[in-house]
Design a protein around this ligand. Structure first.
Ligand SMILES: [Zn+2]
Length: 433
């Protein structure tokens, strides 16, 4: 054995000492199904595949954290290129990387810095990948800043779920998600185990529409600088510059709103109207805080490690962090929405015993006009009716009784897709009486 080999071995043992402390022995916080030992450490290092969605502020932190926690096969997907304004917090990027792919650059930097960690980059939109592509990963970690993208991945993963006749989920079809999100000094980390815990869609109500101020407050009782800026933009601009559309990228427009807001603030004795704040309010810019990203990503990495190894009980199921006035954090257990169209075993739907497929489709369109217009229907993995180019092939099913199409069953889970719902499927537990 050469000197180099010796160093390497010693280094390799020492390298994972902190993680081994969690994996090689039982402790007070280990989960009930946890089997400590070399096997679990090997599974983590050799078999677990994690996909990181997003290579921005959270994504960089997630990749770094996962690579340093013993995960050795990572994939990262992001469609963005690096902007100079990213460099203060997206620490895997350098000035010479501006204009390059975030996913590719982040993957390369982690590969360079963390020996033995393979990171595969995918530069492109998440929608470009087929649903099946997401199946190859054991855990998907989300470092996104858009609700739409979260809802999309959530729908893809919930689409894998298979329930039995009693509404019990087949564990093999569960694709767990760990979701992080930050906004200024606030953030959240959550664990989504589709079919077990609430999915993203179950708790859509958590994300209220963007904050807007009541117009009466702006007009009558402004209390802060933002109120004055909104007043200048929403009320003074259309009144005094009738016919012109406010463009936040035109300096003259921004200066005009700033000047008006400042005057109004002075009238009411309100401090804090600055040009930068005016830009922030009118463009709805929320500053990205590197430390918030680091805290939230760390929580997500720990949850991913727990899920991969069972070395501790997972978070149940939503942690919020507020760093505005000190350090506040709180974990709450959100509950599943039993009628969630994305993850529930099925919404009860009854029809008479000899109803045909055509009658069934008419009845569901009538029952869910907001979600359905031209449904495609499948049962037990078999298509009963498809829209589009193949539609004519299914025409003969239209007049067949549902009970026949459901192989003589009087009850079953029918999956409905419709362009109106975009990516989500509706699950209906149909009973024929
Ligand atoms: Zn749900």
């Amino acid at each position: 054995m050469s000197r180099l080999d010796v160093d390497f071995c010693v280094d390799e043992r020492a390298r994972w000492r902190s993680i081994d402390a969690l994996l090689l022995r039982r402790g007070r916080f280990t989960g009930p199904d946890f089997e400590p030992g070399e096997d679990v450490a090997r599974v983590l290092r050799e078999h677990v595949r994690v996909l990181v969605v997003g290579a921005g502020g959270l994504g960089c932190e997630l990749l770094k954290g996962l690579a340093l926690s013993g995960f050795t096969t990572l994939d990262v997907i992001d469609m963005d290129t690096i902007d100079v304004t990213n460099l203060n917090r997206q620490f895997l990027f350098r000035a010479e990387d501006v204009g390059k792919s975030k996913a590719e650059t982040a993957a390369r930097r982690v590969r360079e810095r963390v020996r033995g960690c393979a990171v595969n980059a995918h530069h492109g939109r998440i929608e470009e990948k087929e649903d099946g592509w997401y199946k190859q990963f054991d855990i998907i970690a989300l470092g996104l800043d858009s609700l739409e993208a979260r809802a999309y991945i959530n729908a893809v993963c919930c689409g894998f779920l298979d329930y039995d006749e009693d509404g019990n989920v087949d564990p093999a079809t569960i694709k767990p998600l760990v979701d992080g999100g930050t906004e200024g000094f606030k953030g959240h980390a959550r664990v989504i185990v589709p079919g077990m815990t609430p999915c993203f869609n179950c708790t859509m109500w958590l994300f209220p529409p963007q904050t807007t101020f009541p117009l009466c407050t702006l007009a009558e009782t402004p209390r802060n600088a933002a109120h004055c800026i909104e007043y200048a933009k929403l009320i003074q601009w259309p009144a005094e510059r009738y016919g012109e559309t406010f463009d936040a990228d035109v300096v003259e427009h921004m200066t005009w709103v700033y000047t008006k807001a400042l005057k109004r603030a002075e009238t009411f004795g309100i401090p804090g109207v600055t040009y930068a704040h005016t830009q922030g309010v009118t463009k709805n810019i929320i500053p990205a805080i590197p430390s918030t990203n680091a805290i939230i990503a760390a929580a997500c990495v720990i949850e991913t490690l727990k899920m991969a190894t069972m070395c501790a009980k997972g978070m149940n199921n939503y942690m919020m962090y507020v760093g505005t006035d000190g350090v506040y954090s709180h974990t709450v257990e959100y509950e599943r929405d039993p009628s969630c169209v994305v993850c529930s075993p099925g919404i009860a739907h009854a029809l008479n015993a000899n109803a045909t497929l055509e009658e069934f489709m008419a009845s569901i369109v009538a029952a869910y006009p907001d979600s359905l217009a031209e449904p495609s229907v499948s049962f037990g993995g078999k298509n009963l009716y498809l829209r589009g180019v193949l539609e004519s092939e299914f025409a003969e099913n239209l007049n067949k009784p549902m009970i026949e199409l459901m192989n003589g069953r009087k009850e079953g889970l029918v999956v409905v897709n419709d362009k109106k719902m975009k990516k989500t499927s509706m699950r209906l537990r149909l009973s024929l009486k």
